[in-house]
Design a protein around this ligand. Structure first.
Ligand SMILES: [Zn+2]
Ligand SMILES: [Zn+2]
Ligand SMILES: [Zn+2]
Ligand SMILES: [Zn+2]
Length: 345
């Protein structure tokens, strides 16, 4: 593994104490750290629960260049806001869950934790900072390349490869593979990690994520066919000689390629994640009044017969109503305290 900042070969450190073990990679020249999933929890100051959650949407930060995950073949590191709300921006890989910390960022993380939470211990931070540590700590140090592990990247996280196909990737021309995820089939490109979805599959696929909470958010998807489109050179993998067009997803900057003939769509690498992140933001940003209207619309669809099956529509109603309840709770915390029998403020 080479340092993403200065290109120096990273060193792997395996540190064991009486009852714990960590393996982390560090650049000894600039102090940058690579921490695999679970290692930040061990490395930083110890608090109740995991600290490895961040706001996933890319933070507005002028990036010099996109950094690639040192573990995953062809996966980007995204700037993320540590613990969602702090001013600390770390780099996170959605595929393997690892974190890249520039030199000094671990100290910032520790300081922040000490400020906002009760700290139970110092984790392994002292090791990185070369603070004197007890004699029963053992460290084995070697070049990162000696124990390099790679993590495979799939077009959609958690997908399983089923078979190869003869369809051609519209983005890079390689043959597409068939995968399954959430017991749904889709085609994806093993080289550029793009995803091909038939008409209506984006809607069905997004219904499966986040416990179905976004299943009723269909406006953007339904509107794709009406959105103004730009011609592309990409050829539909199913219609063979039809050129796809590019449309923007909702109010986002996510560009989706769409076939005007079969209505299938192509999402480049990470775009499915971006779509679900966008919908999640929409869900959390919605005011309860707006949601009430949506819930009512869903109930009407249930009786008038919407585009989905009756059972699916019923699930949509259920998801809208639970979103409405959540929004109400969020906007009226005192009301909820009353309901739970807590003393009034
Ligand atoms: Zn470095
Ligand atoms: Zn990764
Ligand atoms: Zn491709
Ligand atoms: Zn087509």
């Amino acid at each position: 593994m080479r340092c993403l900042n200065c290109g120096t070969e990273m060193m792997n450190n395996q540190v064991s104490t009486k009852n714990d073990l960590i393996s982390y990679d560090m650049c000894e020249k600039c102090g940058s750290l690579w921490l695999d999933a679970g290692e930040l929890d061990k490395m930083a100051f110890q608090v109740e629960g995991s600290i490895e959650y961040c706001s996933q949407e890319p933070v507005e930060e002028p990036e010099k260049q996109i950094r690639k995950c040192p573990r995953c073949d062809n996966s980007n590191l995204y700037p993320v806001r540590f613990l969602n709300e702090t001013d600390i921006i770390l780099h996170h890989c959605r595929n393997c869950g690892g974190f890249w910390l520039d030199g000094g960022e671990l100290d910032l993380v520790d300081k922040e934790l000490a400020k906002i939470m009760p700290v139970k211990g110092k984790g392994f931070s002292d090791f990185v900072n070369n603070v004197h540590v007890p004699y029963w700590y053992k460290r084995v140090k070697r070049k990162s390349s000696e124990i390099e592990t790679r993590v495979e990247v799939l077009p959609i996280k958690g997908a399983k490869l089923e078979r190869t196909t003869t369809d051609q990737c519209p983005a890079c021309g390689k043959p597409l593979d068939e995968y399954t995820v959430f017991s749904m089939r889709f085609e994806g490109c093993p080289a550029c990690k793009g995803v091909w979805l038939f008409k209506d599959e984006l809607r069905r696929l997004k219904n499966k994520v986040e416990h179905g909470s976004m299943r009723w958010l269909n406006d953007e998807i339904n509107n794709i066919e009406k959105t103004s489109a730009v011609a592309t050179k990409r050829i539909c993998p199913k219609c063979k000689n039809v050129r796809m067009v590019s449309v923007l997803f909702g109010k986002s900057s996510i560009v989706i390629d769409w076939c005007p003939q079969c209505h299938g769509m192509w999402l480049d690498q990470d775009e499915f994640d971006s779509v679900t992140e966008y919908l999640k933001d929409e869900l959390y940003g919605m005011h309860s009044k707006e949601m009430e209207k949506k819930a009512l619309d869903e109930v009407k669809l249930l009786w008038s017969g919407g585009p989905e099956s009756r059972y699916e529509e019923l699930l949509d109603v259920k998801a809208t109503i639970s979103a409405l309840i959540n929004a109400t709770i969020f906007e009226h915390p005192t009301f909820v305290k009353l309901c739970l029998g807590a003393p009034r403020l």
